[in-house]
Design a protein around this ligand. Sequence first.
Ligand code: GDP
Ligand code: GDP
Length: 440
Amino acid sequence: MKNTIAIVGRPNVGKSTLFNRLVGQRKAIMDNESGVTRDRHYGYGDWTGKYFTVIDTGGYVHNSDDIFEGEINKQVKLAIDEADVVLFMVDADTGVHHLDEEFASVLRRYQGKKPIYIIANKADTNARAHASGEFYTLGVGDGEIFPISSQSGSGTGDLLDAVVSHFEEEGVEEPDLGIPKIAVVGRPNVGKSSFVNLLLGTDRSIVTDIAGTTRDSIQARYNAFGKEFMLVDTAGLRRKTKVHEDVEFYSVLRSIRALEEADICVVMLDATRGIEAQDVNIIGLADKNRKGIVILVNKWDLIENKETNTAKEFEAKIMEKIAPIAYPPVIFVSVLTKQRVHKAIETAIEVYENKRRKIPTSELNEVMLKEIEKYPPPIQKGKLVRIKYVTQLPTHNPVFAFFCNLPQYVKESYTRYLENRLREKFDFTGVPIGIVFRKK
Ligand code: GDP
Ligand code: GDP
């Protein structure tokens, strides 16, 4: 990614406060759109027309006062690998700390490779700002120390002027926009890690890979089978828990977390076990959160004596269990033999495209008013509902507003009729769609 700033430093100096200030408005907006609040450690900001990405490296490591050398190395390496400018944050209130010295000695190895600035945070008063000269003794950085207050924002303008002077390009406002975020969820042992590893093994190209860290979920951008996507990977995919009783619980918890951050939820089942109650719950949750859904029935290689109807019957059983949810595509795969794995990823990306589909109002009315004429809303308590027109709302998920005289008299069964016609006429495979009635 272009124009990346990384913040490093010991715990409690104010890294996440600065991070939040830099990504400020933008982050709030992103979180509102998805309807979840999340603890992100990278985000986007802009200054004087230049867009940038910020990484709070502290968020990716074990971050407490008993910080170890390994963590310092990890933070610094992450910053040097990913960033164009490194901000080394210290605390102007407490002065030089022995951990600052340890950070400095690791950072010194990379001196000259990337611009490194010392940020003396908590310089809330002039006296503290003046005293920040003491950090020269750390012997790292490009000669200048920036006293700032992340809390009030003072000094951050000068700092950003210096930082963006290293960026030649204007950058991209939202680099991840339009790239599907996929979460692979499911019960233990269905084959999730095998699937993810298979994807990673092919033509791998990672933009942000932050491996082996303690975050709950990690987002990495990949290129596999000619498609670009982000995997909302959960730490647990890599690190198996040892306590048997906890496996189930943590797998559900992880699935929920991953699901919240994703656009598309790939629910993996084991063909030898079929669909279980927990899978049904996860699918219900994905539907409620308006995520795209793809169901993968893995280990299809283990099903013997397959006949032409085996897959069909299997699919019918799944659909029966998840009813009234009827839109997810079901794909029978074998991660072991790689059967239809390509198709699985292709489908996930198609579902993402369906999720972003916008139907022009004229086309929508032309098609749907005809269907409504064919079967108008039945009369309720002597009330005749007349639907005048329909439009797709400018939301992130497909939601259709039907304007009519008496919105409160439309029955659930009629809503289903409209949904079915919409799905028949336009491709919304794998995507929950919303239908609302508005008074006109
Ligand atoms: P991190 O562990 O480095 O990410 O540090 P945090 O951002 O969590 O901040 C640690 C503490 O310092 C919090 O209580 C912040 O409110 C406080 N803090 C952060 N920036 C400032 C500042 O500019 N001035 C003062 N006085 N406190 C600050
Ligand atoms: P996870 O717990 O969901 O991440 O599952 P794993 O990826 O660890 O897989 C659990 C077990 O199922 C491992 O022994 C895999 O080798 C095996 N497995 C995964 N995919 C397949 C498959 O398509 N066919 C068969 N026969 N076994 C598989």
